[in-house]
Design a protein around this ligand. Structure first.
Ligand code: FE
Ligand code: FE
Ligand code: ZN
Length: 277
């Protein structure tokens, strides 16, 4: 069975998200650990997190995905922004230990003119500071579209960060279909080649999650504008091949398409059917 869910709001708590996911045919979900454009965080509610653990077990959920805020930039030019990134990630990771099956996804960062090499070094430093021995939650680097000075625009940059990390066994990758397509990887016509490149540069054993989004823009556009499944330049045929691909089919998929709950329920049904065909 395909493991699939969508992005949900954490505003009514963890158990609420679990119930919401179940109600739309999902068996997982993603949420922001804090205000995505600010960085403020909710009050810690351990009981609510434990209630979600019970619920997830009861309904055989796949691991959920916690997404760091967009404001988290560990390779910023500004020392204060780098400091916020380290502290926010460290706090997020401590809190997520209360969830039994959870992964933590973040955008590697934007080097803002310092160059990718310096950026890669700073991101690895952040991971080495924020992560801790014995951590349960895997930290996933998201593949990026290459907008502006984003790090993670290609598999080589992701691999270079992983190479410099101390808690290497606890690091993985989340592949975003819109981002890699915008980054120039042709998952529409050459999916097998892209999978092979990922495997040779990063290693498929690192791949822990898929963000499944169509793109408003063409291959290599570096724009990062998500579209509904089947309504963009990737298209339903390519998504059918993606959900059925042996390298992906057992991974959890998370929709980040422009939708309300009903729209997500529809896309989940469409992709489940595509996966089983
Ligand atoms: Fe993201
Ligand atoms: Fe994404
Ligand atoms: Zn995106």
């Amino acid at each position: 069975m395909l493991h699939i869910g969508c992005h949900l709001s954490v505003s009514q708590g963890f158990l609420h998200m679990g119930k919401e996911a179940l109600s739309i045919g999902a068996d997982t979900f993603q949420f922001f650990t804090r205000n995505p454009r600010g960085g403020s965080v909710r009050k810690l509610d351990v009981e609510d997190m434990q209630a979600l653990n019970v619920f997830m077990k009861e309904h055989q959920f796949a691991p959920i995905l916690a997404h760091a805020p967009y404001t988290l930039n560990g390779c910023s030019k500004t020392a204060r922004t780098r400091q916020f990134a380290r502290e926010a990630m460290a706090e997020d990771l401590r809190r997520l230990e209360y969830v039994d099956h959870c992964r933590y996804n973040f955008h590697p960062g934007s080097h803002v003119g310092q160059g990718p090499e310096k950026g890669i070094e700073l991101i690895a430093d952040m991971l080495n500071t924020a992560m801790f021995p014995g951590q349960k939650t895997k930290v996933l680097l998201e593949t990026m579209a290459g907008k502006g000075s984003e790090i993670g625009r290609n598999f080589e940059e992701i691999a270079a960060i992983i190479d410099k990390t101390v808690y290497n066994d606890t690091i993985g990758v989340c592949l975003d279909t819109c981002h890699v397509f915008d980054g120039g990887y042709d998952i529409v016509n050459h999916l097998d080649d892209v999978v092979e490149r990922f495997d040779s540069i990063i290693g498929l054993d690192r791949l822990q999650a898929i963000h499944i989004n169509d793109s408003k823009n063409e291959l290599g556009s570096h724009k990062d504008r998500h579209e509904k499944i089947g309504e963009g330049h990737i298209g339903l045929e390519a998504f059918t091949a993606i959900v059925r691909h042996p390298a992906f089919r057992n991974l959890p998929f998370y929709l980040e398409t422009p939708n309300d709950l009903q729209g997500y329920a529809h896309e989940i049904a469409v992709l489940r059917a595509a996966g089983e065909r």
